[in-house]
Design a protein around this ligand. Structure first.
Ligand code: SAM
Length: 283
């Protein structure tokens, strides 16, 4: 009998992947986690029945959430990652020699444990001595962190339901702003506006960030396993404009080989389709 993973991408759209094997199913105090081995996308991690990462397309998400801010300020030294339990974000950060330290605050230890066992190509740097892994709520962590501590905050979160809800609030973003240095940049996964289901979350994150940071922009990427395949990220900064301040030559001189990101694409990623521009302007 054929085994298929099916996820509802909108009220009337389903997305399905043919599965070789259901490798793991576990329930933490926060969410249900499953690992499936699929034919086309390799291993897949879901939380509460929603795709978090697949081996085949994770490079798009992790390239865009890490290298985009790093090319604007390649001198980043201290980084805070909120969520990110699969390890993909930390793996990309660890490619920068000048990054001195990363605090990764993941609420659910089960996500890291499962990633270490089933997704070694993502979780391979979680034990790097430059990384401090903390299993706690990111909302509480930023509230208790001192001012001006981080050069970069990456919010690699789930949707604003369940444990991720507090990561889309004004209070959370205000604390992020406070704990960032004057050169500080924040990036977040900013949902999508293609289907109605995720529009509210996308707008919520963007409008709240705009109230707190002087520079807030949205950028895009194609991620086949996320609803509609059209996904957005948010870029917020105290002083850097992601295009005017892009340090393309400096970033290219680092010689990092990336499968999705490059500095030409960086500029294009901020050039939004008209319906997306209108959505955020009118929202
Ligand atoms: N790439 C994914 C996506 O956009 O669908 C998200 C990656 S997944 C690793 C997000 C992580 O955020 C989950 O492991 C989840 O446990 C974590 N998370 C959710 N709420 C959190 C919170 N309040 N504090 C810290 N981590 C949280």
């Amino acid at each position: 009998m054929e085994l298929w993973y099916t996820e509802k991408h909108s009220e009337s759209v389903n997305f399905s992947l043919k599965v070789k094997e259901h490798l793991f199913s576990g329930q933490s105090e926060f969410q249900k986690l499953d690992i499936l081995d699929t034919y086309e996308y390799g291993k897949l991690m879901t939380l509460d029945g929603l795709v978090m990462v697949t081996e085949k397309d994770e490079f798009v998400y992790h390239d865009m959430i890490v290298h985009t801010p790093m090319a604007v300020n390649p001198d980043v030294k201290n980084v805070l990652v909120i969520g990110g339990g699969d390890g993909g974000t930390v793996r990309e950060l660890m490619r920068y020699n000048n990054i001195e330290h990363v605090d990764m605050v993941e609420i659910d230890k089960l996500v890291c444990d499962a990633a270490k066992k089933y997704l070694p190509t993502l979780s391979c740097e979680l034990n790097n001595p430059k990384v401090t892994l903390l299993y706690e709520d990111g909302v509480k962590f930023v509230k208790e962190s001192p001012d001006n501590k981080y050069d970069l905050i990456i919010i690699d979160s789930t949707d604003p339901i369940g444990p991720g809800e507090g990561l889309f609030t004004t209070e959370f973003y205000t604390n992020c702003h406070r704990i960032l240095t004057e050169n500080g940049i924040l990036v977040n996964q900013n949902e999508s506006v293609f289907y109605e289901d995720t529009q509210e979350a996308a707008l919520k994150a963007n409008s709240k960030l705009k109230k707190i940071f002087p520079i807030v922009k949205v950028y895009q990427a194609n991620i086949p396993t996320y609803p509609s395949g059209y996904w957005l990220f948010g870029f917020a900064s105290k002083k850097y404009d992601p295009i005017k301040d892009l340090q393309a030559d400096k970033w290219n001189s680092l010689g990092l080989k990336t499968k999705y990101y490059n500095t030409d694409l960086h500029v294009g990623a901020f050039a939004l389709p008209s319906f997306v521009k209108e959505f955020f302007e009118n929202g």
